[in-house]
Design a protein around this ligand. Structure first.
Ligand code: ADP
Length: 775
């Protein structure tokens, strides 16, 4: 209840970035609170002044009484000041003050100067009686004197130190405190360096590394701490000590267990699993890792990363993922040289430090998205990392000593091989991971995704039930992808919505009136859902698991996910001549593509739109040339009935489906079909999709990505697919149930394509007639 009144002399500080103020005050006197008048916004109280300055002048009596005490105090104070260097002006001033100031003021002043804790200072301020104050301050003075004596004994007094011992200015911290702490810090640091040296000597680093480290630590010992290089060197040494030079986990590889684990974690992907098991079997037999680096190539969300993780799990190794997407600086892989400010090791060394063992599984994610820039080519740096012949002595620029990476198991993933630099591709064994069929997706959803989502949302199968038809609805109407990632997200959204219902149900205390709910809602789905939530709330009240799970039917689905995003509109779109459905391959999986053509009066120009690459443009020209040369045979005419299709006619070809750049030769047959439809005025069958490269002679050549394309066509609900005959072998990869739903037409020439694409075939005029016309 005792405080000190003071006058604020100066306020310095700012509110940004954090409020930080320094207050300079002149102390006036002690006071005592009699009564607190109000507390907010700031305390206001009635106080009584306890000591006043003018008292000192006429309090001779008390001075006499305290004579002995104050004399003793004065002596100590003088002793203390004399231990300091008098040549410092501040010390000389203090000496003068000791004589000039009234004795009563001395305890307060000296307490603020010597080394005391805040607690001690407060105690002195709280001591109202002068006698008490003297008594309390004397031990503090003695302590300070003893401290100074010790200090002078241990080292030669330097001017600097004395300066640090006393500060007169009241608004500065007493600077001898930091001086001692600095000493302590220095000692601490010294201890640290010794510790570091010990760690280096006991660590199992390579001989070369040890040599470098010992040299560095020698330098570090001589370096003043304030040098920026000190911190750099120390960080370097700490990293060297932390790196797992010789630390590894023990492989526990058993092929049978690995097979079970892979099968448990992943549905389908038989080819991939088979290859992974082969790879692991060879590792088991040969016991070394020199072999090709596996690279999983496939659309996003097909489980490439998660297979990598499973491999680590089967081997009992640590797993670390290095995302390479967008990396365009080789120092990201290989580190910066230590001469750079802010230099750091590359991702490989960093990853090793994180996992703490030298034989982890590193997943190099998205190697196809490595960039290139002025800072060098990261792909070239990766070459050294991935080459089994070189990577036992991988040298990170930051470390500047070789680190053995030969125990690390590298697995890479990519969406496409097209953008992987050839040299890098050469180091890897590509395993294609194609997209999933609808049936596979349903199985994956029910075996893996739904249980995982339920667990993440704290739901149980007793609370929510997603039947297979609903999953199929989500797959066909709410997602259009090769993998299962967005399916997973949609399932997550459903679980969230159900979690709200369940949580609400559990807290509902009164039972809502069923009739009222029924009337209030006009949509049927609301009724069913709410009615079910009620049943949950009923049972939840009884603290029993709800009997009726919330059933996610199509109505509930629409309620939660909104109206379907994709509708099957295939048959609608082919209601006029000049449209055909092609199949395209993108890194995201297969896609169906509508090719549109129209003609108008003009000068025989061909316009192409829809972000096309050069190869695609060539295909369009090829198609037109072939049709022009075969116009008579097929009775194709332009608007004015001439067999010269481009006579007074312009053609516009458009490839819609997003602003995605499309390239590749596989649209050839589609363009031919589309133009044949335009010039013959006949409709292409609505349920036919096609793919294939064409030549000027009218041959159909094989193309890539057949599985993805067929799956896309199947997803889109198409029934017949025209593919090049030489691609027939690729159909074996496709699941039987998909194959059963579709009819495949193998075409080796364009005649066959056109015959299959039009209902009732595409009649070829008998050759005789053509000969006649020639005559
Ligand atoms: P990617 O690396 O190919 O882009 P991820 O490995 O991240 O895809 O897979 C996305 C999600 O899909 C993961 O949660 C994974 O468990 C799941 N998933 C993908 N394929 C399968 C599968 N065949 N069986 C079980 N889960 C799968």
């Amino acid at each position: 209840r005792i405080g000190t009144a003071a006058l604020a002399v100066q306020v310095v500080g700012s509110n940004w970035p954090k409020p930080h103020y320094t207050l300079l005050v002149t102390g006036l006197c002690r006071f005592q609170i009699l009564q607190l008048l109000k507390e907010k916004p700031y305390p206001v109280a009635e106080v009584e002044q306890l000591d006043r300055l003018e008292q000192f002048t006429n309090q001779h009596k008390s001075e006499e009484e305290l004579g002995e005490l104050s004399e003793q105090f004065y002596k100590y104070a003088v002793q203390l000041v004399e231990m300091l260097d008098m040549s410092v002006p501040a010390v000389a001033k203090l000496r003068r003050l000791l004589d000039n100031l009234p004795r009563e003021a001395l305890p307060d002043i000296l307490t603020s100067i010597i080394r005391t804790s805040n607690q001690e200072k407060l105690q002195i301020l709280d001591a109202v009686r002068l006698e008490e104050r003297f008594k309390m301050t004397i031990p503090l003075l003695v302590r300070q004197i003893e401290g100074l004596k010790l200090l002078q004994k241990t080292r030669k007094p330097k001017q600097d130190d004395d300066k640090r011992v006393v500060a007169i200015r009241p608004n500065r911290r007493i600077s001898h405190i930091p001086s001692t702490t600095e000493d302590e810090e220095e000692e601490d640091d010294h201890d640290d360096v010794v510790m570091l040296e010990k760690k280096i000597r006991t660590s199992s680093m390579s001989e070369q590394a040890l040599k470098v480290c010992l040299k560095e630590i020698k330098r570090l010992k001589k370096m003043p701490q304030s040098m920026p290089e000190y911190a750099l060197t120390r960080n370097y040494l700490e990293l060297m000590v932390e790196l797992p030079w010789n630390k590894s986990t023990k492989d526990r590889l058993e092929i049978r267990a690995a097979r079970i684990l892979l099968d448990n974690d992943h549905y389908a992907m038989e080819k991939l699993k088979k290859r992974v098991l082969e790879y692991l079997a060879v590792r088991q037999l040969k016991n070394n890792l020199k072999g090709p680096i596996l690279c999983f190539v496939g659309p996003p969300g097909v489980g490439k990363t998660s297979v990598g993780r499973s491999i680590a799990k089967t081997l009992g190794r640590e797993f670390h993922r290095i995302a390479l997407g967008g990396v365009c600086d080789q120092s990201d892989i290989r580190g910066h040289r230590r001469t750079y400010v802010g230099s750091m090791p590359g991702r490989i060394i960093n990853g090793l430090k994180t996992v703490g063992v030298n034989n982890p599984v590193f997943l190099l994610d998205e190697v196809d998205k490595l960039g290139k820039s002025l800072q060098g080519d990261p792909a070239a740096a990766l070459l050294e990392v991935l080459d089994p012949e070189q990577n036992h002595s991988f040298t990170d620029h930051y470390l500047n000593v070789a680190f053995d990476l030969s125990q690390v198991l590298f697995i890479a993933t990519a969406n496409t091989t097209a953008t992987i630099p050839p040299a890098l591709l050469d180091r890897m064994e590509i395993i294609q991971v194609p997209g999933y069929t609808q049936e596979e997706k349903i199985e994956i959803a029910h075996r893996h995704l739904i249980p995982k989502q339920l667990e993440q949302h704290g739901l149980t199968p007793q609370q929510i039930q997603i039947p297979q038809v609903t999953t199929l609805d989500i797959i066909t109407r709410y997602t259009r992808e090769a993998g299962v990632r967005s399916l997973d997200r949609k399932l997550g959204a459903i679980c969230r919505a159900v979690a709200v219902k369940v949580a609400e149900g559990q807290h509902k205390e009164t039972k809502p009136d069923r009739a009222e709910v029924g009337e209030g809602e006009d949509c049927k789905e609301h009724v069913t859902e709410d009615a079910k939530t009620e049943s949950i709330s009923d049972t939840a009240d009884l603290a029993l698991p709800p009997e009726m799970p919330i059933l996610i039917d199509f109505h509930a689905l629409k309620d939660i996910l909104g109206p379907p995003m994709y509708e099957m509109e295939v048959s609608e779109r082919l209601s006029q001549p000049g449209v055909a459905i092609g199949l395209a391959w993108t890194p995201l999986g297969g896609e169906i593509m509508f090719v549109e053509a129209s003609r108008m009066d003009g000068e025989g120009q061909l316009t192409l739109t829809g972000q096309l690459g050069d190869v695609m443009k060539e295909s369009a020209h090829l198609a037109i040339s072939w049709l022009r040369s075969n116009a008579k045979r097929y009775q194709l005419t332009n608007a004015s009935g001439s067999f010269d299709l481009l006579d007074n006619t312009d053609i516009h070809l458009h490839f819609p489906a997003g602003a995605v750049t499309k390239d590749g030769p596989s649209a050839g047959v589609t363009i031919v079909t589309c133009l044949a439809s335009l010039f013959s005025g006949r409709l292409v069958c609505s349920d036919v999709a096609m793919t294939g490269e064409i030549t000027l002679r009218g041959l159909v050549l094989p193309v890539g990505g057949i599985k993805d394309k067929v799956l896309a066509a199947h997803r889109a609900g198409l029934k017949r697919i025209i593919i090049p005959r030489r691609n027939e072998k690729d159909l074996e990869e496709i699941a039987v149930n998909v194959r059963q739903d579709l009819t495949f037409v193998m075409a080796s020439c364009l005649d066959e394509v056109l015959n299959a694409a039009f209902d009732g075939g595409f009649a070829v005029k008998p050759r005789v007639e053509r000969l006649n016309s020639k005559l």
